[in-house]
Design a protein around this ligand. Structure first.
Ligand code: ZN
Length: 334
């Protein structure tokens, strides 16, 4: 191939990628809500240099769906809607479907989904999920139970909502609030960006943001309903070591949970956040995943703690000193 052709091809590729990016992000630039940080609403993949997206690995382009892909997806969805009450909002990389008023569904899509996606991408995730995922926002417990059975043939294991990889969907009872929705949004992003991430960090980060807000333009987790149970377990001396927590596989984490796996992971992430170490920890964990798949050694290094038993005592004292800032919610496992 001659040099001229190469240059021509590169120009064509750049033009195509630019077009793809333009199409991909068309329509997502809704004005910032009053009081929010206007400078921070751009999706990070656009706010950063578009050239970096073009020269990155092809996978960055592969996952960018076109308008036509979304239109086709929505057409298919329309055939499955359980009733006329449902409306659909494309909120990339998701499609949001809900049976509250169309205005309310749109509001959830912009204020919660778009906000969370933008903020999570800003600090953690470069890639979108590899498939178009649906976010079903059922208006109350009755709709959630009925329609989950109708659409997916299953009974929800939680009253709040969950991410189903099999159904390529986040299935939510939105009446219980947007916190679980933000928690669940973390999971498909983690899957796309750090597929080998162990459960403790996947759930720790997800649950950190189930009580969330914005501090200095960044997503921020606050203390929540998972705190009192963890404080009780600390007082009872039943919280396992961090070595043990971080080594848990899916069965150990989810099935054999004695009740503190989520909260211990969450408040470890909370501690890292409060010490300004959370983003650094994530990046280093990702980089060293081959040699440190549990994240334990990275944790020790980022914390600067040689003795993790000593750190655990320090962390426990810290957690006992925290108070619940928000959300009184009945005890639930996830
Ligand atoms: Zn989760």
């Amino acid at each position: 191939m001659s040099r001229r052709h190469q240059v021509g091809n590169i120009s064509l590729l750049v033009a195509l990628c630019a077009l793809l990016l333009a199409l991909t992000y068309r329509g997502v630039f809704t004005p910032a809500k009053s009081g929010s940080n206007a400078a921070a609403v751009l999706p990070v993949s656009v706010a950063s240099s578009p050239n970096s997206s073009i020269t990155e690995s092809p996978s960055a382009v592969e996952v960018a769906f076109t308008e036509a892909d979304f239109t086709r997806h929505v057409e298919q969805l329309k055939k499955r809607l359980p009733s006329k009450e449902f409306s659909i909002v494309i909120q990339r990389p998701f499609v949001v479907i809900g049976d509250e008023s169309a205005e309310t569904v749109k509001q959830h899509a912009e204020d919660t989904v778009k906000w969370a996606v933008d903020k999570l991408k800003q600090d953690f995730f470069a890639k979108d999920p590899k498939e178009i995922l649906d976010i079903w926002l059922f208006k109350d417990a009755a709709s959630y139970e009925r329609n989950t059975r109708l659409l997916f043939g299953e009974k929800p294991g939680t009253p709040y909502g969950y991410y189903s990889r099999a159904h390529k969907a986040l299935i939510m009872n939105i009446e219980t609030g947007g916190g679980t929705l933000v928690h669940e949004i973390v999971h498909p992003f983690m899957e796309a960006n750090f597929p080998a991430c162990p459960p403790w960090f996947n759930e720790g980060l997800g649950s950190l943001y189930e009580q969330t807000g914005e501090v200095n333009g960044h997503i921020h987790g606050y203390t929540n309903w998972r705190l009192p149970g963890l404080q009780q377990a600390i007082k009872a001396g039943t919280v396992p070591s961090f070595k043990r927590l971080t080594a848990l596989d899916a069965i150990g984490f989810y099935n054999d949970d004695k009740g503190t796996n989520y909260s211990q992971s969450r408040y470890l992430c909370y501690y890292l956040q409060e010490k300004g170490l959370l983003i650094r920890f994530y990046k280093e964990f990702y980089l060293h995943q081959k040699t440190d798949p549990t994240g334990y050694r990275t944790l020790r290094r980022v914390l600067g703690e040689a003795d993790m038993e000593r750190f655990k005592r320090k962390w426990q004292t810290y957690v006992l000193g925290l108070s619940q800032q928000f959300e009184l919610r009945p005890i639930a496992l996830q």
